[in-house]
Design a protein around this ligand. Structure first.
Ligand code: HGY
Ligand code: MN
Ligand code: MN
Ligand code: MN
Length: 408
């Protein structure tokens, strides 16, 4: 099962994946999901926002236990971020069936669409729409680098965008959502003696998701000839941008936060032309809101000083923001109790700086997350990896948790 997804959207040059929302690779991932669902006799559906659901039992019964994650990726992302949660959900169901578990509640496996926001710039579009945290109007404004809007892309992929939006009836029928995800960090690897199976902890439970956001910095200067324009006559926005990137690292270090300018767009983007516009996207995150506010304010202040110094105009736009998510204690503790009873060990509880669909849905329904050890902590990279034994431990843990929640 795991291998089926491998070739989809894989970039042979880097070994990373390019599975962007509503593209051909996304369609192939969706076909894979539907085949996995129907081959298990699950009732397959796509909701108004294009999220995929595979049901065991009657959803109208209510109090459903839902598990799953996403299948899309960042540019040249790794094989585990997202797919591990979906593959493990199907494998956990297989495990529960092998155990002869008797389900007393409906169970669903999901693939939430466009979690990474790689194409339209906003993360967790499928779950945000469903939770009513992104309006249809705002979603219609999303454009990709070619100017294609989200509704145009959905239509081109054969989906009707006219009904996207909040889905409170669906959420009202869900009692708990548990997302298994590869850890994007090294807390579990550092908790034990390395990543050798059997040592330390292969599985952890999420406590919280850090507040995080994306800001766009537009530095506008004056296009000119790179070879004939005297340095004193230049208004080069690349200088202000470069100084701001260094300031971001400095301010993040000072505050104990993280900050990255990972994406840049230059106009006219010619080797021999001084840019007229340098557009940089900042991703910044911190363990608490006050720290995040401090860091971003300091970065913006430094950027304005650099812009003034070079006669550059600067606009800063907050494009998206996700407040801190404290996972619901009752569900989190229930997962901990189930796993402690099954393994005889106290399962580590850890925070994360990565956003997830479970974080977006938190507040609308009880949600929880399980993390699977990532020996290097590397993610959003072709080098992302998790050991086979640890992935299997994750499936067992997810099966234990789902059995505890849905098979009373
Ligand atoms: O960006 C994130 O934190 C998530 O992987 N979408
Ligand atoms: Mn990710
Ligand atoms: Mn993810
Ligand atoms: Mn996620």
């Amino acid at each position: 099962m795991w291998a089926d997804l491998g070739p989809i959207g894989r970039n042979p040059e880097t070994g990373g994946y390019r599975r962007y929302a509503w593209t051909g690779a996304d369609a192939d991932c969706r076909t894979w999901f539907q085949e996995q669902a129907e081959s298990r006799g699950l009732a397959y559906e796509t909701d108004r926002n294009g999220n995929q659901w595979a049901w065991l039992g009657d959803p109208s019964q209510g109090d459903a236990v839902v598990t799953g994650s996403h299948l899309d990726s960042v540019p040249d992302g790794g094989a585990f971020d997202g797919p591990l949660g979906v593959v493990s959900s199907f494998a956990a169901l297989d495990e529960l069936r092998a155990r002869g578990a008797r389900f007393t509640k409906p169970l669903a496996i999901t693939n939430f669409g466009d979690e990474e926001g790689a194409r339209f710039g906003l993360a967790c579009v499928g779950s945000r729409l469903t939770a009513g945290k992104l309006t249809r109007e705002a979603a219609y404004e999303l454009r990709d680098a070619d100017g294609v809007s989200l509704p145009q892309a959905m239509e081109a992929a054969g989906y009707d965008p006219s009904t996207i939006g909040a889905d409170p009836e669906r959420l009202a029928r869900i009692g708990a959502f548990v997302e298994l995800h590869v850890e994007q960090g090294r807390a579990l690897a550092l908790s034990g003696s390395g990543s050798a199976a059997g040592s330390g902890d292969a599985v952890g439970i999420a406590s919280a998701i850090w507040p995080h956001g994306r800001w766009r910095f537009d530095f506008r200067g004056e296009a000119n000839h790179a070879g004939t324009t005297r340095l004193v006559d230049r208004r080069d926005p690349m200088l202000s941008y470069a100084e701001t990137v260094l300031a971001a690292r400095r301010e993040a270090e000072l505050a104990g936060a993280v900050a990255t300018f990972g994406k840049i767009a230059v106009e006219p983007n010619g080797v021999n032309a001084i840019p007229s516009l340098v557009r940089g996207w900042l991703d910044s995150r911190a363990a608490d809101q006050a720290t995040l506010d401090t860091v971003v304010t300091a970065i913006e202040k430094a950027a304005r000083e650099y812009a003034d110094r070079h006669g550059i105009d600067l606009d800063v736009v907050r494009e998206s923001f996700t407040p801190v998510v404290e996972f619901e204690h009752a569900l989190r503790d229930e997962l901990g109790a189930v796993l402690r009873e099954r393994t005889g060990r106290e399962v580590p509880v850890l925070g994360t700086g990565a956003g997830h669909d479970a974080g977006i849905l938190s507040g609308s329904i009880p949600t929880a997350m399980l993390f699977v050890r990532n020996p290097t902590g590397v993610s959003h990279s072709p080098a992302e990896h998790a050991a086979e034994d640890d992935c299997l431990a994750g499936v067992q843990a997810l099966a234990d948790v789902l059995e505890g929640l849905a098979c009373r």
